[in-house]
Design a protein around this ligand. Structure first.
Ligand code: FMN
Length: 361
């Protein structure tokens, strides 16, 4: 073979080594049926299956650091010990399947307290178990209830909430942590000049808009082991000229790296409605490459990556280090095992599954 298959080469970040570079992207399952943020058997089977399917790392869904940070009442949380015990079973299940695990720590801000697809659309009324949302701003996301603007004092308290959730994530057995600063959720609401017009130290200059995220990075780094990777998911653009963009993303990523962030997971959009998103196969890869070109740390690409050859070509181009798959992994948890066969990479199958190996024996 002329060159080694990149997709199935290991990646080391701090002391964590993943066996390959196909990672499962975070995906909300909206399935904590008791509305208490406690994950259950569904999550255990769902995440465990994706681990057995051969992914190098399985990142679990956006998990709220405080109750009001949930996107929907059915979203997962990690603000109490009952949730830690439940997550522990999920991380054990991921480990048993052979993958590393990561958790995406999140606060939905003004996009919290919404319906899941099967319950309706828009905001959940307070009378029906919804809550008053909070944000950098008091302006609503189109179609949702208006948030209350957080006071300076309240913003100052948020890094400690993220850090407490990170400490619980370590106890729950996760191998890595990702901060969700993308898709129009709270940290993105602070980063973008469209939603952040604050006049305190958290608004105005890029440094001020990034202050909350950077304080979160610092606070988390203080409570997690030195050998554990800390990643950040960014939306690298709001697709609007006066918004957040790739240059600001790269700049803030560099500041975050100085404080101990280790990998940047590059997505886009989600802050506002009514913008044109040029979607198509691999449409966010150029954004990931832009950032990768400007930081020392590894970068992951995500978004309409569905084919093994496509994923391999993105890595062979030399800038991006990791491929994250979301919907392709919903369709087929065995995507990585099939991709390895397609690319001619030798990978270990779960010993129990060897008789099913591709190509069919
Ligand atoms: C069901 C579903 C839930 C998602 N939940 C999250 C989430 O919790 N956090 C996040 O950052 N992105 C979330 N996403 C976005 C995915 O991680 C990914 O960035 C996006 O789907 C594009 O990748 P794909 O084309 O491989 O699906 C979700 C996507 C789907 C389909």
């Amino acid at each position: 073979m002329s060159h080694r298959v990149q997709l199935f080469s290991p990646l080391r970040v701090r002391e964590l080594e993943t066996k390959n570079r196909v990672w499962v992207a975070p995906m909300c399952m909206y399935s904590c049926e008791n509305r208490d943020g406690v994950v259950n058997e569904f999550h255990l089977v769902h995440y465990g299956s994706r681990s057995i399917g051969g992914a190098g790392l399985v990142m679990v869904e956006a998990t709220a650091v405080v109750p009001e940070g949930r996107i929907t009442p059915w979203c997962a949380g990690i603000w109490n010990d009952e949730q830690v015990v439940a997550w522990r079973r999920v991380t054990d299940s991921i480990r048993a399947g052979g993958a590393k695990s990561a958790i995406q720590l999140a606060h939905a801000g003004r996009k919290a307290s919404t319906h899941r697809a099967q319950s309706g659309s828009g905001s959940v009324d307070i009378a029906d178990g919804g809550w008053q949302t909070v944000s950098a701003t008091s302006e609503a996301f189109e179609g949702y209830a208006a948030p209350r603007q957080l006071t300076t004092r309240e913003v100052e308290e948020l890094p400690a909430a993220f850090a407490a959730a990170a400490a619980r994530s370590v106890r729950a057995g996760f191998d890595a942590i990702e901060i969700h600063a993308a898709h129009g959720y709270l940290l993105h609401q602070f980063l973008s000049p469209i939603t952040n017009r604050r006049e305190d130290q958290y608004g105005g200059s890029l440094e001020n808009r990034a202050r909350l995220l950077l304080d979160v990075v610092k606070a988390i780094r203080e409570v997690i082991p030195n050998e554990m990777p800390l990643m950040i998911r960014f939306s690298a653009t709001d697709y609007r000229e006066d918004g957040w963009d790739q240059a600001q993303t790269a700049e803030v990523a560099r500041w975050a790296a100085e404080l101990g962030a280790d990998l940047f997971d590059i997505s886009s959009g989600g802050l506002i409605t009514g913008v044109k998103i040029p979607s198509g196969p691999g449409y966010q890869v150029p954004l990931a490459e832009f950032v990768a070109d400007r930081v020392e740390q590894p970068v992951s690409a995500v978004g309409q990556i569905t084919e093994a050859a496509q994923a391999e070509a993105i890595l062979q181009a030399g800038l991006v280090d990791v491929i994250m798959l979301a919907r392709a992994e919903l369709r087929d948890p065995y995507w990585p095992l099939r991709a390895a066969a397609e690319l001619g990479a030798e990978v270990d199958w779960p010993i129990q599954y060897v008789r099913g190996m591709w190509p069919k024996g």
